[in-house]
Design a protein around this ligand. Structure first.
Ligand code: FE
Length: 333
């Protein structure tokens, strides 16, 4: 009796000890900048007492660093954008799958990895932007139609080197097959008014300045520019509303293979998919919450509602190599 009591007491101490230690901190490697993530982590620390340490860098060096650290990992979580990047991380073997009923409940399956290696946190549509001076919204229909003669010399695109366009192309291939997709891409390249741009903001500014009439951009860039310049003569259009819907991608997070604080990291991810974190996380960058029960910010809501493509976003990864080769073939630089 005495012995078993002592054993129980010892066990209880061990459990308490390890829980307290595990819950102390979580380390995040993030390709998202401080301004976007700090408010979320601060809110978590205020609520739970758990410290969230993070470093920010571009996704490629962060992934390389996790790979190089191997079993001596310092990072628990990798936070980045685009399913194409998250899929790459998965392929590099630097993530470990984990399942959580909380995450399954909060985030629709199309915005998670089918192998449970990562989950989406916020959504961004990659949609059509048009000049309110030179285009009537009735003239617009689909991404595919931007390949038509009507748009010759009127289209602006960002570089094919950006993962966002690779993911858009990957979903085109998934939907239409290779041959039809290549025709569409050729049409886009033929319709370019000028060289490709290095970022989406430059595409929007070119439309505003009259250098082109239509372009394809991520919604939050429009939100950023519109906030700076409320008179922007550019609007967003939701294409493909009578067929597959608007192309959507995400920012997301995965647990590293050798995470030193896996339980604390899982708890943070679960919290990040919940209402409080979703509102802060999506709101700071004018994105859509990945949790459909959470309302978007006022600015985001003002862009109107749309039907999104229901394709699982991990297709962006699966067909990424194929997409890059096709973009290269058609001369999309
Ligand atoms: Fe971006």
């Amino acid at each position: 009796m005495q012995a078993s009591k002592r054993l129980l007491a010892a066990l209880a101490l061990t459990v308490l000890g390890s829980t307290a230690q595990a819950a102390d901190e979580v380390v995040v490697y993030s390709s998202r900048i401080d301004e976007l993530i700090k408010p979320v982590f601060d809110a978590y620390t205020a609520k739970t007492g758990v410290k969230v340490k993070f470093i920010t860098d571009k996704e490629a060096p962060l992934m390389q660093r996790i790979k190089a650290e191997g079993q001596n990992a310092t990072a628990d979580l990798l936070l980045t954008v685009d399913a194409g990047n998250l899929w790459q991380a998965e392929q590099m073997g630097i993530l470990q799958p984990f399942t959580s009923p909380v995450i399954d409940e909060n985030i629709p399956a199309q915005y998670r990895s089918s192998s449970h290696a990562w989950t989406g946190l916020s959504l961004r549509a990659r949609t059509i932007a048009y000049s309110t001076d030179r285009v009537k919204p009735e003239e617009l229909t689909t991404y595919e139609a931007l390949a038509d003669k009507q748009w010759e010399g009127r289209l602006c695109l960002r570089t094919a080197k950006k993962v966002y366009n690779q993911s858009l192309t990957a979903t085109l291939i998934e939907t239409h097959g290779a041959e039809a997709s290549e025709k569409i891409l050729k049409g886009w390249v033929n319709n370019l008014s000028t060289d490709v741009f290095s970022d989406d903001i430059a595409v929007l500014e070119a439309i505003n300045a009259g250098q082109c009439d239509v372009g394809i951009v991520n919604t939050y860039y429009y939100g950023r520019l519109h906030k700076q310049n409320p008179d922007l003569a550019v609007r967003l259009f939701w294409p493909n509303q009578t067929d597959r819907g608007v192309h959507v991608n995400l920012s997301g997070i995965g647990l590293t293979r050798y995470a030193p604080h896996p339980e604390a990291a899982k708890a943070l991810v679960e919290w990040m998919t919940g209402a409080d974190a979703q509102a802060i996380f999506s709101g700071t960058n004018q994105e859509f919450p990945a949790n459909p029960k959470v309302a978007p910010s006022e600015e985001v809501a003002s862009w109107g509602t749309f039907k999104a493509d229901t394709i699982p976003v991990e297709i962006a990864g699966r067909r990424q190599a194929e997409a890059i080769r096709m973009m290269d073939r058609v001369g999309w630089n």
